[in-house]
Design a protein around this ligand. Structure first.
Ligand SMILES: Nc1ncnc2c1ncn2[C@@H]1O[C@H](COP(=O)(O)OP(=O)(O)OP(=O)(O)O)[C@@H](O)[C@H]1O
Ligand SMILES: [Mg+2]
Length: 596
């Protein structure tokens, strides 16, 4: 999956990915402007230092005048103080900008990702997304904050230094100008390589977090099958890969540093050599050489700093590229231009019309074929069928997690493709097979059904779902923390929380995927009571695994291999449909005594 992403990616050679950083930075134009001002002031002060030094040497010493010397030392110190404080201000502003921008990018990426449809998550591992959210944004932060600041500063110092050099000695400056392309060209070539390698490094890092995420989410399965050694092995292999990728990058980077520093200081050496001869033959004063020396140090260290930071900026471009991919991801399922409107509370008439659907990853295998079913408002319909028959798929279609290849679904006579997915899902309550709880209190977990509900409504829903009793018995009642993914509750308790959630949402349409795991008689009875309350007064589609449920509904739909093979009530189907009779015996057989 991650490999797919890597190959699909165009091989960029530029800093173009950093362009997508721009809108985020431009949101803070004021700060950016202030930072630029601070940068210019600091640079001007820095560039004034050598001038003060030259006057100090040429006038102060030459004039042998204490007053003049004092004055120039005063100026020298003033320039240094201005430089110090504005450099600090620039650092603060630019770092602030970096942190702010990264916070915004994280939010924007997350915002995108939570809106993606299931197809996206089938091809992108969640660990990969998490890695981009953390590791890549951190890299971008170092670019947007630190590196960009250094790059700007060194560029300004470099240019300013060059101008001042030219004012000091045109001839020497010409030498320097000739040297610059020689220094810059290899930097650019090597820099590109770094960017590519950095991308690979980040991809490998994402692989490791993807693996860890997968394993840790299934830790009990891993331990039950004693797969710890294999999983550790897999993880360490991935880590070694990411280490190797990082070392390749660092090697290139080290080479770049060596190249940059040697070139720069090589050039300075030559200039100094030429300059010293100029002082010897009298065409330059000692103060001028000192000034020139200081400027060429600025220019040299700026160029060296630039080559260093160039690699960082390239890394950031690689990371930003990965983030841009997520930022530009668009869900395949989205609202049409002018969505149709459902009434605030739909009546709940559902009609599946000749649906044909296969999952994107299984084009040759239709999960639903010629699937037509009409359900009246308030009706309860049970769906039964062997495993893999397509029961859960029909729910996913109704929730519009996928679009069918043929046919359509209507709610209250409106094609759901014409609705915004949000408006559609607001009409539907889902009680899934495995309840998913969040790492939050019991109260908040129920409130997920209707985020603006007050505490009283939450408790009423819990009472109706037969959950009030066990919740109040928890150590802190409704405020008890349920553990990550609700690990601190039993299966039956989790189900009743899910039922309470649906009660609170109070949707006109209810989708119920009955849990296959059997509960003990008492929990089973409580869950059944809760469900009956929930199904009242709304259209309900229930994937049934229990005799008690199928006996109560008017219509049972029997599915096999994506098709509807029979419709009827329990007694009719037992007599007329072989598949149903077999299912009834196998699935509900052990409950035949259940009075239901
Ligand atoms: N995300 C998916 N990608 C590809 N194929 C899928 C996906 N989900 C389900 N399928 C396939 O679609 C078919 C129908 O699956 P579905 O989940 O609807 O079965 P089901 O009737 O709910 O079975 P069960 O009773 O075991 O839950 C199966 O063959 C299954 O392998
Ligand atoms: Mg299923």
């Amino acid at each position: 999956m991650a490999e797919q992403n890597t190959t699909a990616r165009p091989k960029g050679k530029s800093l173009k990915p950093l362009k997508s950083l721009l809108p985020f930075i431009l949101d803070y134009r004021g700060t950016l402007f202030a930072a630029l001002i601070a940068l210019l002031v600091a640079s001007a002060a820095l560039l004034a230092l050598p001038v003060a030094l030259r006057y100090l040497i040429d006038n102060g010493f030459a004039a042998n005048d204490v007053g003049t010397i004092n004055r120039y030392f005063g100026w020298f110190f003033a320039a240094a103080a201005v430089f110090g404080s504005f450099a600090a201000l620039r650092y603060y502003l630019v770092s602030w900008l970096g942190e702010r921008v990264v916070a915004d990018i994280r939010t924007a990426v997350y915002d995108r990702v939570v809106r993606m449809d299931p197809t996206f998550f089938e091809t992108t591992r969640t660990g990969e997304v998490l890695s981009r959210l953390t590791a890549d944004t951190t890299l971008v932060q170092s670019v947007a904050g630190v590196s960009l600041s250094i790059a700007l500063r060194t560029t300004v110092n470099l240019l300013g230094g060059l101008v001042m050099l030219a004012l000091t000695s045109v001839q020497l400056t010409l030498y320097i100008m000739m040297g610059i392309p020689v220094v810059i060209a290899p930097m650019i070539i090597v820099g590109r390589r770094i960017r590519r390698q950095s991308r690979t490094t980040q991809d490998r890092v994402a692989d490791t977090s993807g693996l860890a995420d997968e394993t840790l989410n299934a830790i009990q399965t891993v331990q039950a099958f004693t797969l710890e050694p294999q999983q550790s092995e897999r993880y360490s292999e991935a880590v070694v890969e990411s280490f190797k990728a990082a070392v390749r990058r660092v090697r290139t980077r080290a080479f770049l540093t060596a190249l940059g520093i040697t070139m720069v200081f090589g050039s300075i050496t030559i200039i100094l050599w030429v300059g010293s001869r100029a002082v010897l033959d009298g065409s330059m004063s000692g103060g001028e050489l000192a000034q020139f020396l200081m400027y060429s140090m600025f220019v040299g260290s700026s160029a060296a700093g630039l080559s260093e930071v160039w690699g960082e900026v390239q890394r950031g471009a690689g990371a930003m590229e990965r983030l841009s991919e997520l930022l530009s991801a668009r869900p395949a399922i989205r609202a049409p231009e002018n969505p149709a409107e459902l009434p605030a509370r739909a009546s709940g008439r559902i009609s599946f019309n000749k649906l044909r659907f296969h999952y994107p990853s299984r084009p040759e295998n239709a999960a639903l074929k010629d699937f037509s079913l009409h359900i009246e408002p308030g009706e309860t319909v049970a769906i039964v069928g062997p495993s893999g028959a397509g029961k859960s798929t029909s729910f996913q279609m109704l929730l519009r997690f996928y679009d069918p290849q043929a046919g359509h679904i209507e709610i209250d006579g409106i094609n759901i493709a014409q609705l915004s997915p949000t408006a559609l899902r607001q009409q539907i309550g889902l009680v899934p097979q495995d309840t998913v709880l969040f790492g939050d209190s019991a109260r908040e977990n129920i409130r997920y059904g209707k985020p603006d509900a007050d505490d009283f409504a939450v408790e009423q829903a819990a009472i109706a779902a037969a959950a009030d009793e066990f919740i109040t018995a928890l150590p802190e009642g409704y405020d008890t923390f349920l553990g990550e993914r609700g690990t601190r509750l039993s299966g039956g308790q989790r189900q009743r929380i899910a039922i309470a959630r649906a009660m609170l949402k109070d949707p006109p349409i209810l989708l119920l995927d009955e849990a296959t795991s059997s509960l003990d008689a008492e929990s089973e009875r409580l869950v059944q009571v809760a469900l009956e309350g929930l199904m009242k007064d709304r259209t309900t589609l229930v994937i049934a695994h229990r005799l008690a449920t199928v006996k109560k509904v008017d219509r049972i739909v029997v599915m096999d291999e994506g098709r509807i093979v029979a419709i009827g009530n329990h007694d009719e189907l037992i007599r007329s449909n072989e598949l149903y009779a077999k299912l009834a015996e196998l699935q509900f057989g052990d409950q035949q005594q259940d009075p239901g």
